[in-house]
Design a protein around this ligand. Structure first.
Ligand code: BGC
Length: 435
């Protein structure tokens, strides 16, 4: 485990020494010794049958915003050892995964020792394979009872999440490398600029239908909510992050804690005023909160070019991802530079990837993005590691199973995992610790 002192020493050393690690092979740039090379997953997206969760309930409403239900997903609740073997076989040294609150506390106040043991076995499984465990405490999904009492908008939410974080840390805090409290608590703020109004209407209808069926006034999830819920949701999650951080530190004072943010690489076309205002709206409160953390998790998938009238479309001829957004490799380094400049804390790239059915796009995108990331590090930005999203193709939330982000595909009948060529590309970089 690294502690805060080591983190600070690492940042200072990185800032002072542009030449990182061992001498690279000709034409390759080395990363510092101990750099984390990982892949990331989230419990609801891969485990399957997360039946006590809020999202499972929403997936089965009529109408629902979900293209299809998560079902068995990749069956990783049972097949987690295959996932760890895969990460190891690819050549990675880190696995970022999440513990599922809905399984650990399926009924308010009733904690499942068996489920805590399950996640402890996963942590031990990582360590046995030489994989450094980085653990997310909440990756969008929550227990059904939590969201049915208003989720993060309930005044009780921070205390409840703090209590959960304390239980989890007692179970695994002595052997994990870093804790991420919340995954992308700002995602819905970002999606405000991406999703068209009808999608927001269906989200509202979905949560209203769930609330009516359960006979509760309000049903709010971390990544499915009505536009009008967003200000309260943000306030609740900020308080939840602080409560979880305090609870984790009370149990494991040396365990590094951070939050991971969804971040564009925001660029200005001409005047910087709109870009700067957008940065404030999208991340301002969270970057301020992260200044008191041990690191910041950056999750970057694209750039946003802001003109005076708002976001500009992709340039003509750009390679596009599954959703029509531009595939732009330099965006990772741009987002990382800004996150560090705004917080002063080291960065963990907790997610970066591309949703595409064409794996050759991913295979080219990974080394290109990493070359720029390495350059940012040489200029003094402390980066602790890189976790690719995702280890395997999985349940992409409201979009269902269609988008493909995995380094490996998954047969949805047999659950066989098959690495794609891009996995070998990342594995070669990870093994050499150089790009
Ligand atoms: C999330 C993942 C998601 C990925 C690709 C991030 O928003 O943390 O859960 O699958 O991006 O969309």
């Amino acid at each position: 485990m690294i502690d805060r002192r080591q983190l600070l020493a690492a940042s200072a050393a990185l800032a002072a020494t542009p030449a990182l690690g061992a001498a690279p092979k000709p034409g390759r740039a080395a990363f510092p010794k101990g750099f984390l090379w990982g892949a990331a997953t989230a419990p609801h997206q891969i485990e399957g049958n997360n039946t006590t969760s809020d999202l499972w309930y929403l997936e089965h409403q009529q109408p629902t915003i979900f293209a299809e239900p998560s079902g068995d997903a990749a069956n990783s609740f049972l097949l987690w050892e295959r996932d760890l073997d895969l990460a190891r076989a690819i050549g990675l040294n880190t696995y970022r995964f999440g513990v599922e609150w809905a399984r650990i506390e399926p009924v308010k106040g009733a904690f499942s020792q068996a489920m805590l043991d399950h996640y402890r076995a996963m942590v031990d499984g990582c360590l046995a394979r030489g994989l450094t465990p980085v653990v997310t405490y909440s990756h969008f999904s929550a227990p059904l009872w939590f969201s049915a009492q208003g989720g993060w908008t309930s005044p009780e939410s921070a205390d409840l999440f703090g209590r959960f974080a304390e239980r989890v840390t007692r179970a695994i805090g002595d052997r994990i490398h870093a804790a991420i409290t919340l995954n992308e608590p700002n995602i819905l703020i970002l999606l405000k600029s991406l999703l068209p109004p009808p999608v927001w209407d269906i989200q509202r209808l979905t949560t209203e239908t769930a609330a009516r069926r359960l006979g509760v006034p309000r049903f709010v999830c971390g990544n499915v909510a009505a536009l009008s819920d967003l200000p309260e949701l943000q306030r609740g999650m900020l308080a939840g992050h602080r409560a979880a951080r305090a609870a984790i530190k009370a149990v494991a004072p040396r365990l590094p804690v951070g939050v991971s943010l969804a971040m564009f690489d925001d660029q200005a076309a001409g005047d910087v005023a709109v870009r700067d205002r957008m940065r404030g709206e999208l991340y301002g409160d969270w970057l301020a909160a992260a200044r008191s953390d041990d690191f910041i998790g950056v999750q970057n998938y694209e750039r946003a070019v802001w003109g005076s009238e708002g976001r500009l479309p992709p340039p003509p001829g750009a390679t596009l991802n599954w959703s029509g957004a531009e595939v732009y490799a330099p965006s990772l380094a741009g987002a990382v530079r800004y996150a560090h400049a705004a917080t002063g804390v080291p960065v963990l790239v907790s997610e970066h990837g591309v949703g595409t059915p064409d794996d050759s796009v991913r295979a080219t995108f990974i080394p290109a993005a990493l070359r720029d990331l390495r350059q940012a590090m040489a200029e003094g930005v402390p980066v602790l590691g890189y976790c690719h999203w995702s280890l395997i193709d999985n349940f992409e939330w409201i979009s269902g199973f269609k988008p493909k982000f995995g380094l490996a595909s998954v047969d949805r009948q047999t659950f066989v995992r098959t690495p794609k060529p891009s996995a070998a590309v990342l594995g070669r970089i990870a093994r050499a610790n150089a790009v």
